[in-house]
Structure formats: C-alpha cells, structure tokens
Design a protein. Structure first.
Length: 184
C-alpha cells in the first residue's frame, strides 16, 4: 500500500479532532470586585427569529440554565427566582454552517508540453460551529461586568444527550474562568 494513501485516514482523524475541540475565552472589567456578587437570576432570552433548532427553544434554554445554576452554585452563589439579586445572567447561542476544504497529494510532471501539476485531491468537510456566550450583568447598574464564551463543533439537534453533554461541558469550561483572578 502506498504510504501516502495510508496517511489519508490519519490526516482526516486529526482534522476532525482539531475541529471538535472547544475554545474558551472570557473578558471582564478589571475594576470590578467580583467578590461582592453572591446571588444571580436569569434574564429572559432575547427574541430573535430563527428556524435553527440548534440555537432556539425552551429545551436549549433549560439545558443552559440548569448548567449555569449547577456551576455558579458550586462556586457558592445562590440562585434567586425573583427579588433582589447581585448578578443577572444572559446567554446567546449562535450556530453557523462552516466548510473546511483541504487539498493534498500534489504531483508535478515534466516541464514543457503536457507537463504541470496533476493528481491533487480535495476533501470538503461541512460542519456546524456553535458558540455559547454567557454574560454576567451587574443587577444594580445593568452594566456588563463579565463575558465568557465557548466555540465548538456541534452535532445534530436530534441527539438530546449529545446536546446536553456539549452544553454542560461548555458552561463548565466557561465558568471555570469566573471569577477572574485578581490582578495586583
């Protein structure tokens, strides 16, 4: 077997593994004392028309809110259904169809008549890239004080277990960066 052909499945697996990793980022107001925040409640989800079942609906909202309650509760924060609270939590979900195109296997022929490049291969990989953004808003001032987000490849909406697993992982990793480290 040609060694180049044997490498194709390995390269495809590496490409898929690279695409399926979750990227986590966050930003915050460095002047804020985050130790003063002890309770939170949710803002209503924004009404954006979408026909994408991967980013809209009560099922997605409930999965996100359950994960946020669990993660912030583990940090000692109290969830409040109503009444006064320190932080308001909002989320945004965005799903975009992406395409990766890879070419490989270039071969070069003789120069002159009939020469040139031949024999290249092209792989096209279509996938959905999802982004979950969590915003923490000071309830008194209504200022955004912290934002964290995760970006990853998402699967089909027909698999609720995978959806729940992805949301739980994203929320856990996002909120692992909250509260931000105090800087001297």
């Amino acid at each position: 077997m040609n060694p180049r052909i044997a490498m194709i499945p390995i390269c495809c697996l590496l490409l898929l593994a690279a695409c399926s990793s979750m990227t986590i980022e966050s930003d915050h107001d460095p002047k804020i004392d985050f130790s003063k925040y002890r309770s939170f409640q949710f803002l209503s989800e924004p009404k954006r028309p979408s026909d994408n079942p991967l980013q809209e609906g009560a099922l997605i909202r409930n999965r996100i809110w359950d994960a946020v309650r669990r993660e912030l509760g583990a940090k000692g924060m109290t969830f409040s259904e109503s009444g006064s609270t320190d932080l308001l939590v909002a989320y945004h979900v965005d799903v975009k169809e992406k395409v990766d195109v890879s070419t490989y296997g270039y071969n070069y022929g003789r120069w002159g008549a009939g020469g040139g490049m031949y024999g290249s291969n092209v792989d096209v990989y279509r996938y959905n890239e999802g982004r979950l953004v969590l915003d923490l808003i000071d309830a008194g001032s209504r200022d955004l004080v912290w934002r964290g987000w995760a970006t990853t490849v998402v699967g089909e909406a027909r698999d609720p277990e995978k959806s729940t697993e992805t949301i739980n992982e994203a929320v856990s990793k996002i909120l692992a960066e909250y509260p931000p480290e105090a800087r001297p």
